[in-house]
Structure formats: structure tokens, C-alpha cells
Design a protein around this ligand. Structure first.
Ligand code: C2E
Length: 815
């Protein structure tokens, strides 16, 4: 019960229900008829219009045939039927036929795209009335008429019924109304007659009537199905058209098609726009001919495209360079062949993309890959490439080359005091001056920062190279104008000759760099030529500089600990953390060598953080119970975030603050860095101790002590070394110790190697010592073992009597 209204709603909304496979054909027919009869949605209205149009197509003929039949019947019946009855009947039928014709005329003038259900209902009424009028003929004039007339009436009724029903089959309600009225009157007429077989004929009539209904419904359904698939196909092609248009409008791609003669097929406006020709004109032209006419000189793109077309296989991204009114453009063409039913080519269809901007950005990227964007000179990659050609060239033909490495003398100062924009202008000016001195075959480039390089090929006389280098020095010495400022620059140059000084690109760069160091070391504005003797140490420095960055990642660092012993109790009270670099080729590298390099590059921040983390973890591990002193460089302490990170680290390792000591050198105070001092105060506020390392080596050591309240002074080992032999050293040490006592600071003497040194320190009140006399720096686990096995109070004092002069207390000294 609930199914009926719901189905009706769905249908009237034009939504065809998913058919139950078991649903009978009959239900489908009824569904179709109902939709024609009453559904008000746009879809049904459109479908109804198509049905109406199909019926209208034959209306003039059927109406003409009706008029003809009316005339025939009037003529045949005239002897048997009085004119007063026959004439109105015939006139009514003719009037019906004319009204049908009038309806046809009215509707065929309209563009029938959608039709309301009322039109179908009106047509049904008209057809039923028409059928009923025709039905009067058998009803009144068949019974009891002569056999001949009865036969004629029977034939006419049968023919009119079948022809009319089929003509109206596209509108089944009208067809059924018409045929139903005719058949009904025929069956009734038979009943009124007393013919011998009338009962059988009536039964046959009912059977025919049912068959006719089924045929009408079947024809109508077939027609509906055809209409639907036509409509779907046209919608599909509309959608495809829309998509294609949208595709064309939204991308840089344009569709094109050519026939088997190579002529454009229905070119679009956009395609015509690209080819700079009217659409109509383009439609008459051949694809390849137009491309050839537009092709830029020297581009073989069209020839390649032609071969691809000739090959007959689909192809992608054939690039053609064409000249247009807007300058040169690059078009990328992709296509596939179109084949007919027999597999013969009927043309090509494809996409044409304007890839000009892509090309240009690729070219720009290629430029950036090889040139320095600031100066327009070659970049490091290009310099290396040229050097590698020079290396290969010289191997082949015995040719000589030269590499000049240039470094601006006071560029950093210019950059710092006038800003990067002025610095950039200076670099551009340097680039211009360099270029002025180059021959065509020479290459000058910027390696980065203020470093430039020149590669000279075919060097016959080294003197010529040196003369050029001198000219460059003179040229760069001329004041440089940048943003209204007159700036004095200069350049130092290192020269290496190939193959004499280097066999590979890297060797050449290192050799020229070494020469550059030498030039700079000798003062500014100089030229130096590489020599083999030139700094094995510099070479090592360069290697270390290069490899330091990797050392942390490759886990090449290690922290050793050197114990600090309290002199009075002779107990190990602490240790100093000392970093080591275990280089795979160079062996153990001393921090004295690499810490300054790390400071220059800023890597000290990472390295220092790593040492602190290591120390914190050892304090909670094997070194539990000891104070550990960690060296922190001035660079680290200048970072505003340093103390935060330190605090987090200590919290993460749960390190008690009083077990950690930070050692800083005097240099920190010499530079008077406010952030570093703030950090030191913050460190102290955290509860850590702060020691001043190498005390006494600076220029005004005493003054620094007023800047920060250190907890501990470390007496530099330079004084300890001379403690026994030099009275000055003794005096200094005694003064430091006294000073520390007055200021309430702890003291530790480093570099104590001999018992005599220990004795002097002990007599003068030094609190603790560190040095080879106790132990060399060692891994944390070894130190833990040492602490465990340590015997206190066994001070290794000197067996010899100390000379009076050495043992004398401070007050006795000449100070
Ligand atoms: N001749 C002699 N030398 C002794 C004796 N006892 C100890 N030494 C050495 O003296 C240096 C003491 O370290 P420092 O003054 O802080 O001087 C350190 C420190 O300034 C710096 N350094 C070491 N580790 C680090 C670190 O992790 N960070 C920073 N920023 N600097 C560090 O490197 C410097 C040198 O460290 P090392 O080469 O380990 O050298 C250590 C140690 O091995 C002795 O009896 N005789």
C-alpha cells in the first residue's frame, strides 16, 4: 500500500526506480504511460515533447486519410442512411480532422522542447472523441445491414482502428482512447446483429483489442527507450564538450585535430589565437605548413614532429620553437593517430601546450646552477668544471693553466658597518673590474662571500699571470663608490699553476688557497704563489676545517677527564673535562688545534653542547661524587639561549648544580661582552661554580677579577712550568694565591708535573692541583677506577730539600 504513492512521487520527480528484475514488462509500460500522462518534472516534460513531436510528424497524413475515409464512407452509406443523419456525422468527423490539423499547425510552429501533461490529455480526449465518432458507424449502420455493406464497415473499422492506433502509438493514452472507443462500438454493434458467428467475432475482437493495446505499448516503450538513449548521448556529448572547453580554458593546453590530409578539423578559437590566424582560415590550412611558416630559424622541431607523424605512432612532448607577435614561444605537442573502422588513419588528435614559461624558468635555473646571481660571474660549480677541464686538457696536450684565488681585504668591515646592501654593491663592482681584465678564454667566478677565482688557460709564461695578478691588485685598490659612499677595498691573491702545483681540482683549490693565506699573512694587497713548502700546517688546518663539521656526526669526539686533587687531604675532589678528536687519518687532534677553528665557524656551539651533555651523563654515571669542570668558549657564552639549554640539560640528567663547574678564559672578559657576562651571572644563579682558566696570562688580569665574582682561579701551567726555575713565575704564583685568598676564591694549579712544584704550591696555600704528577686525562671509567683505588694522604712531596729561595714565603720575596 505504501509503495504506490512513493513510486508515484519518484516517477513524478523523473527518477526512474531501480527496476526489480522480476517486475513485469507490463508494470514498466504502465510506468511509462503514467509518466507521459501526469509527471511534471522537466525530464518527463522533455520526453513528452519528443513523443508529441513524433505524433505530429504524421498528423497531416493521418488527418488527410481521415477526411478521405469520411468521404468514402459518406459515398458508400449515402443510399442506406438518410442525409439528415449522415451529413452531420460526416461533418463532425471532418471538423475533428481539421481541428487535428489546426493543432498540428499551431504546435509545429513552436519549438517544442517541453510539453505539459495537459497537452497529452487534450490529445487523448481528441483521439477518443474521434474514435467514438467513427464508432457510430458500426453502432448504427452495421446491425441488420446487407452483407456487402457489413463487410465494408468491418474492413473500414479494422483499418481505421489499426492505422489510427499505430499513428498515435507514441502517445499511448490517445492511441488506447481512440482504439478502445472504436473497438467497443464494434463489439456492441456485433452484439446487436444476429449473424451466425457474431459471438466468435466478438471474442476475436476482444483478442485483437488486447493485442493492439500490447503492440501500442511496446512500440511506445521502444520509442521511449530510443529517445532516452538519444537524450543521454546528447547530454554526454554536452558534458564532454563542457569539460573540453573547461579544460581548454583552465590550462595552457589546447586541443587540436587534423584530418588524413593534415588539415585542421574544427579548430577552436584558442587554437586559432595561438596560431595567430582567424578560425575559418586556420580550418583551411595544413598543420605542418603553418608550423613550418612559424618555426624559428635553426629550430629542427617541425622536422622532428613530421617524422613522428610519419611514423604513425602516438608521441609525446615534441617541442617546436615558433616566432609569434609576442616573441619566441615554445610549444610542446602530444598526439595520437585516429583510426577508422578499417584501422586506416583518418588523422590525428592531440594537445598543444605553450611551455614557454617552463622553458624560461628552466633556463633561469640552468643559469643559477652555473652563475652567481649577484655578480653574474661563474659560480663555484662552474669554476670547478673549468678547472677540471684544465686538469684534463693539460694531461692531454701538455697545456698549462693557472688558478688565482682572490679575497677582498676589508670586506667584512664594510659589510658590518654599512650593511649587506652596500656589501652587495661592492661585490658587484669587484665583479665588473675583474671582468674588465679578462681575456675571452679566461673564466672568473665568485666562490662565495668575498672570495673570487680566476682560471687562466694556455699559460705560456708564469710572469704574465703574475703581471695580471698585480694589475688586479692595483685595480681593486681604486676606491669603490657604493650608494653614495666612497669605500676603500683591496684584494689579496693566491696563485697556483697547473699541473706544476696540482693534479686535481681539489688540489688546485687548496694550493691557491694556501697561497692566499700566505699573501694575507704578509699584509694586505699582496700576491703570493704556491710553493710546496708553503704550510704543511696550513694544509692540515684546511683539512681540519673541512672535516670538523662531519666529526660530530661521525662520532669522532671523546671526552677525557683529568683529576684535580686537594693538596691538604690528597683526595681526588674533581676533574676537568677535556675534549679529544679522534681523527681517522690524523689520529688524536688536540683541542688547542681545533677549538679555535670550531670557534671561527660557530661549530663550537654544537661541540660545546655535546661536551656538556657527555659530562652531565658521566656525573650521574661513573663520576658520581666528583666535581666536573667543563670548558666553555666565549662564543658559546655569547649566545642568549645558552643558559636555558644548560638548565634543561642538567634537569634532563638530574645533575646537582654544585657538581658542575664552568671554566672560562680571560679572553671572554677582555672582549667585554655583555651577553656573556649576563650568562655568567645566570649560571652562577643556577648554583654552578665558575672558574677563571689560564689566570695571569692576560694583560690586565687583576682588573677582570672585578668584573665577575669567580669561584675559582686556575693558575696557568706556563707559570707552574717555571715555578722552580724562575723567581718571577714564583712571585706571580704567590701573588695569585694571595689574591685568591683575599677575594675568597678557590685555587687550582694546572700542569703540575713535579713534586717540587707541588711543594711550592702547598707551602703558598694553593688548594688543589691538576697535572701529570697525578694523572694524564683519561676516560671516565678509568678515572672511576682510579678514584676507587686512590689512597689519600700519600702526598708525593719532593724528596730533596727545596732551596731556600724557592721555599721562601711571599712576604720574604722582593715584591
Ligand atoms: N704539559 C702538560 N700539560 C698538561 C698537564 N696536565 C694537564 N695538561 C694539559 O693542559 C690542558 C688543560 O686544559 P685547559 O687549560 O683548560 O686548556 C684546554 C682548554 O682551553 C681547551 N679545551 C679542552 N677541552 C675543551 C672543551 O671541551 N671546550 C673548550 N671550549 N675548550 C676545551 O683546550 C685546551 C687544551 O686542552 P688539552 O690539550 O686537553 O690540554 C689540557 C691538559 O691535557 C701537565 O702536567 N703537563
Amino acid at each position: 500500500m505504501g509503495e504506490g504513492p512513493r513510486a508515484g512521487r519518484l516517477e513524478s520527480a523523473g527518477i526512474e526506480r531501480v527496476q526489480d528484475p522480476m517486475a513485469s514488462e507490463w508494470q514498466r509500460w504502465v510506468g511509462d504511460v503514467r509518466r507521459l500522462w501526469s509527471a511534471r518534472d522537466a525530464d518527463s516534460a522533455e520526453l513528452r515533447a519528443r513523443h508529441v513531436r513524433a505524433v505530429l510528424a504524421t498528423t497531416p497524413w493521418t488527418m488527410a486519410a481521415s477526411v478521405f475515409n469520411v468521404a468514402l464512407c459518406a459515398w458508400v452509406l449515402q443510399p442506406h442512411v438518410p442525409g439528415i443523419v449522415l451529413t452531420p456525422w460526416a461533418a463532425a468527423l471532418v471538423a475533428m480532422a481539421l481541428s487535428g490539423l489546426f493543432g498540428w499547425w499551431r504546435l509545429s510552429r513552436r519549438d517544442l522542447q517541453a510539453v505539459r501533461p495537459t497537452l497529452v490529455r487534450r490529445a487523448t480526449f481528441h483521439a477518443t472523441l474521434f474514435g467514438a465518432l467513427w464508432g457510430l458507424m458500426p453502432l448504427f449502420w452495421f446491425p441488420h445491414s446487407p452483407a456487402g455493406l457489413q463487410l465494408l464497415i468491418a474492413v473500414l473499422v479494422t483499418g481505421l482502428t489499426c492505422a489510427g492506433a499505430l499513428a498515435l502509438a507514441m502517445l499511448p493514452p490517445a492511441a488506447l482512447g481512440y482504439a478502445g472507443a472504436m473497438m467497443l462500438s464494434a463489439i456492441v454493434a456485433l452484439g446487436m446483429d444476429d449473424g451466425a458467428y457474431n459471438g466468435v467475432i466478438q471474442a476475436l475482437m476482444v483478442l485483437y483489442c488486447i493485442s493492439l493495446v500490447l503492440i501500442v505499448l511496446a512500440v511506445s516503450r521502444l520509442f521511449t527507450q530510443r529517445l532516452r538513449s538519444e537524450r543521454d548521448a546528447s547530454r554526454q556529448s554536452e558534458v564532454v564538450g563542457l569539460l573540453l572547453r573547461d579544460f581548454e580554458e583552465s590550462t595552457a593546453d589546447v586541443l587540436w585535430e587534423i584530418d588524413s590530409q593534415g588539415r585542421f578539423v574544427q579548430p577552436s578559437e584558442r587554437l586559432a589565437g595561438l596560431f595567430e590566424r582567424p578560425v575559418k582560415r586556420l580550418g583551411q590550412l595544413q598543420f605542418l605548413a603553418v608550423l613550418t611558416a612559424m618555426q624559428q630559424e635553426g629550430s629542427g622541431g617541425v622536422a622532428r614532429l613530421k617524422s613522428a607523424l610519419d611514423a604513425g605512432d602516438p608521441f609525446r612532448d615534441q617541442v617546436v620553437r615558433v616566432a609569434t607577435a609576442h616573441g619566441p614561444r615554445w610549444w610542446s605537442i602530444t598526439a595520437k593517430p585516429l583510426l577508422d573502422d578499417q584501422g586506416k588513419s583518418r588523422g590525428w588528435r592531440g594537445v598543444l601546450s605553450d611551455v614557454t614559461s617552463e622553458r624560461q624558468s628552466n633556463q633561469h635555473l640552468a643559469f643559477l646552477a652555473h652563475y652567481d646571481s649577484l655578480t653574474g660571474l661563474a659560480n663555484r660549480v662552474s669554476v670547478r668544471n673549468r678547472l677540471s677541464q684544465a686538469v684534463d686538457g693539460k694531461r692531454q696536450a701538455g697545456r698549462n693553466s693557472a688558478l688565482l684565488c682572490l679575497d677582498l681585504d676589508n670586506f667584512k668591515a664594510i659589510n658590518d658597518s654599512h650593511g649587506h646592501s652596500v656589501g652587495d654593491d661592492v661585490l658587484q663592482e669587484v665583479g665588473r673590474r675583474l671582468r674588465k681584465h679578462m681575456r675571452k678564454a679566461d673564466l672568473c667566478g665568485r666562490l662565495g662571500g668575498d672570495e673570487f677565482a680566476v682560471v687562466l688557460d694556455d699559460v705560456r709564461d708564469p710572469q704574465e699571470v703574475l703581471a695580471l695578478a698585480d694589475r688586479l691588485v692595483v685595480s681593486m685598490r681604486a676606491p669603490c663608490n657604493a650608494q653614495g659612499l666612497t669605500l676603500n677595498t683591496g684584494v689579496s691573491i693566491g696563485v697556483a699553476f697547473l699541473p706544476e702545483h696540482a693534479q686535481t681540482v681539489d688540489e688546485a683549490l687548496v694550493a691557491a688557497d694556501l697561497a692566499l693565506y700566505e699573501a694575507k699573512a704578509g699584509g694586505r694587497g699582496r700576491v703570493a704563489v704556491f710553493s710546496p713548502e708553503l704550510g704543511a700546517s696550513q694544509r692540515r688546518r684546511l683539512t681540519l676545517e673541512r672535516e670538523l663539521r662531519e666529526a660530530l656526526l661521525r662520532d669522532q669526539f671523546q671526552v677525557l677527564y683529568q683529576p684535580q686533587v686537594d693538596i691538604a687531604s690528597w683526595r681526588i675532589v674533581g676533574a676537568e673535562a677535556l675534549i679529544r678528536w679522534n681523527h681517522p687519518k690524523l689520529g688524536m687532534v688536540s683541542p688547542v688545534e681545533f677549538i679555535p677553528l670550531a670557534e671561527e665557524s660557530g661549530l663550537i656551539n654544537n661541540i660545546g653542547a655535546w661536551v656538556l651533555a657527555r659530562a652531565c651523563s658521566d656525573i650521574q654515571g661513573p663520576l658520581a661524587g666528583l666535581h666536573v669542570a667543563v670548558n666553555c668558549s666565549a662564543v658559546q657564552l655569547q649566545r642568549p639561549g645558552f643558559v636555558n639549554e644548560l638548565e634543561q640539560l642538567m634537569r634532563a640528567h638530574q645533575v646537582p648544580p654544585d657538581t658542575l663547574e664552568i671554566e672560562v678564559t680571560e679572553s671572554l672578559l677582555m672582549e667585554n661582552l655583555s651577553t656573556a657576562l649576563e650568562n655568567l651571572h645566570a649560571i652562577k644563579a643556577l648554583g654552578l661554580r665558575v672558574a677563571l682558566d689560564d689566570f695571569g696570562t692576560g694583560y690586565s688580569s687583576l682588573a677582570y677579577l672585578r668584573r665577575f665574582p669567580f669561584d675559582k682561579l686556575k693558575i696557568d701551567r706556563a707559570f707552574i712550568r717555571e715555578l722552580i726555575t724562575t723567581s718571577d713565575a714564583r712571585a706571580i704564583v704567590r701573588t695569585i694565591l694571595n689574591l685568591a685568598k683575599i677575594l675568597g676564591m678557590d685555587t687550582v694549579a694546572e700542569g703540575v708535573e713535579e713534586p717540587a712544584q707541588l711543594e711550592v704550591l702547598a707551602r703558598n696555600g694553593c688548594a688543589s692541583i691538576q697535572g701529570f704528577l697525578v694523572a694524564r686525562p683519561m676516560p671516565a671509567e678509568d678515572l672511576a677506577t682510579m678514584v676507587r683505588d686512590w689512597v689519600p694522604f700519600r702526598t708525593p712531596l719532593s724528596s730533596d730539600e727545596l732551596p731556600e729561595s724557592v721555599a721562601a714565603p711571599l712576604t720574604d720575596a722582593r715584591y
